[in-house]
Design a protein around this ligand. Structure first.
Ligand code: GLC
Length: 443
């Protein structure tokens, strides 16, 4: 199965016993029910509520996005949100298509949506995302991590509101490393050596698990390998294509070598996205894994993980002379520029992005807050301790190329890099990708 959220369902179910949907809603509702809100509810219930729709990729942890939407609906009577669920984020191309089909109709539906950080420029340039500058004050904007806020802007306008920040990280088996006297790897060479040693000793079937499927996640891994060798895909001007430069060629060569030369990664990684790469790790067969933060809570749930208490999380390794790099991921909120219910839509996105709701998403769905105050809170420290340890990784993550044509750039890269990690003709594949991307960004 490649649906990461379905695995989260079973992965999280142990922790939810005796804490049903109703009691969750009641507890959370009680927390929200300040006297001022109660007053609003009793006054507002009399009139018929404003109806809005909300589309999002499917995220699922101990709770679902649908249940968080229910929380909103039950907290007040002025706005009624209907939720429309798209595929999970690992099916990035399908989620993108679903949103484009809906937004391009410009009929106001959905009123509110979530978007991968890489689509913000495209949706803004198409005129589909409402600029929020006059409803989000400078003081409110300053409450977010500057990197995430910057990613929510296009042409100087705030066309998205931050939801969560995702970044790639290295999961490792603490128990295996310490028993073998292996330090947590800081360079790719050290990772290869550690993985080979553990595989030879029969301690791990797979040395390094990562995602080389021809999909968006391959570009996330690609960014990390290339940036950790001092390279990039596009230059800072957004036009100069650097994907065929030496640091990128060396990085992609290394991606191929993990499979074909060092054999620390099985040939199967070529068809793995997030979940297939995660499952053997939580099954106890893998020494090192690259993945997002959603994996940690799953790895610590005895119901689906055989490595509870044995998992460490660290910044990804880098090439000699380079620096560790994590790809910036995450989904953010958008308001449809054609909405017929602007006020209700804005009220709802503000609630979604509020400190309280971000904390709910972090503790219940493993999604890291984009607000430093929530990220640093004692509640988050208790629920997801690894997040605070890795704060510099989240805050310093490297964006994928920022361009309204990102989807086309990504598809060109996915095809070229997938070819390169299959046949090892790295320089040729990247030279071809360069040509294609040049014509896309200069069109
Ligand atoms: C994660 C990231 C998202 C990325 C996707 C790729 O969901 O948050 O930014 O595009 O993975 O699979």
């Amino acid at each position: 199965m490649t649906d990461r959220s379905e695995h989260n369902v079973s992965g999280r179910s142990a922790g939810t016993r005796g804490f049903g949907r109703r009691s969750f809603l009641m507890a959370a509702g009680a927390a929200l029910a300040t006297p001022a809100i109660l007053k609003t509810i009793s006054v507002a219930r009399a009139a018929s509520p404003a109806e809005i729709t909300f589309s999002s990729a499917k995220f699922f942890g101990k709770r679902t996005v649908a249940e968080v939407v229910d929380l909103f609906n039950q907290s007040q009577g002025e706005i009624r949100v209907t939720y429309d669920e798209l595929p999970p984020p690992s099916a990035s191309t399908e989620v993108h298509q679903g949103l484009v089909q809906r937004l391009a109709k410009k009929d106001g539906s959905p009123d509110v949506f979530t978007q991968d950080v890489v689509w913000i420029a495209e949706f803004a340039a198409a005129g589909w995302a409402l600029a929020l500058d006059d409803v989000i004050s400078a003081a409110e904007a300053a409450e977010y991590f500057p990197g995430v806020l910057a990613a929510c802007k296009f042409d100087g306008k705030l066309t998205a509101l931050p939801w969560f920040v995702d970044s790639g990280m290295l999961y490792y088996r603490k128990d295996l490393l310490s028993a073998a006297g292996i330090a947590v790897p800081e360079t790719w060479d050290q990772l290869v050596a550690g993985a080979e040693q553990l595989m030879k000793a029969g301690k791990a079937k797979i040395g390094y698990s990562w995602q080389a499927k021809q999909a968006e996640v391959l570009i996330c891994d690609l960014v990390e390998f290339i940036a950790s060798n001092g390279g990039s895909i596009l230059g800072p001007d957004g036009k100069t294509v650097t994907i065929a430069d030496k640091p990128a060629v060396e990085a992609v060569q290394f991606m191929y070598d993990t499979i074909a030369k060092y054999k620390i990664s099985p040939a199967d990684v070529r068809s793995w996205d997030e979940e297939p790469s995660r499952m053997p790790f939580t099954g106890g067969d893998v020494a090192f894994l690259r993945n997002w933060s959603y994996v940690y809570p799953i790895s610590q749930d005895a119901k689906t993980s055989s490595v509870v208490g044995k998992v460490g999380v660290a910044p990804l390794p880098h090439f000699a002379g380079g620096k560790s790099a994590a790809c910036l991921g995450g989904y953010q909120y958008g308001v449809n520029a054609s909405t017929k219910n602007r006020d209700a839509a804005v009220t709802f996105v503000k609630w979604l992005s509020s400190p309280k709701t971000q904390l709910t998403f972090a503790t219940e769905l493993g999604l890291a807050p984009s607000r430093p105050a929530v990220f640093d809170s004692a509640e988050l420290g208790k629920a997801q301790p690894f997040m605070q340890t890795l704060k510099p990784v989240f805050v310093g993550a490297t964006p994928r190329p920022v361009t309204p044509r990102y989807s086309q750039v990504s598809l060109a890269l996915q095809s070229a890099v997938s070819k390169a990690v299959n046949d090892g003709n790295v320089a040729a594949a990247l030279a071809e990708a360069k040509k294609k991307i040049e014509s896309i960004v200069s069109a």
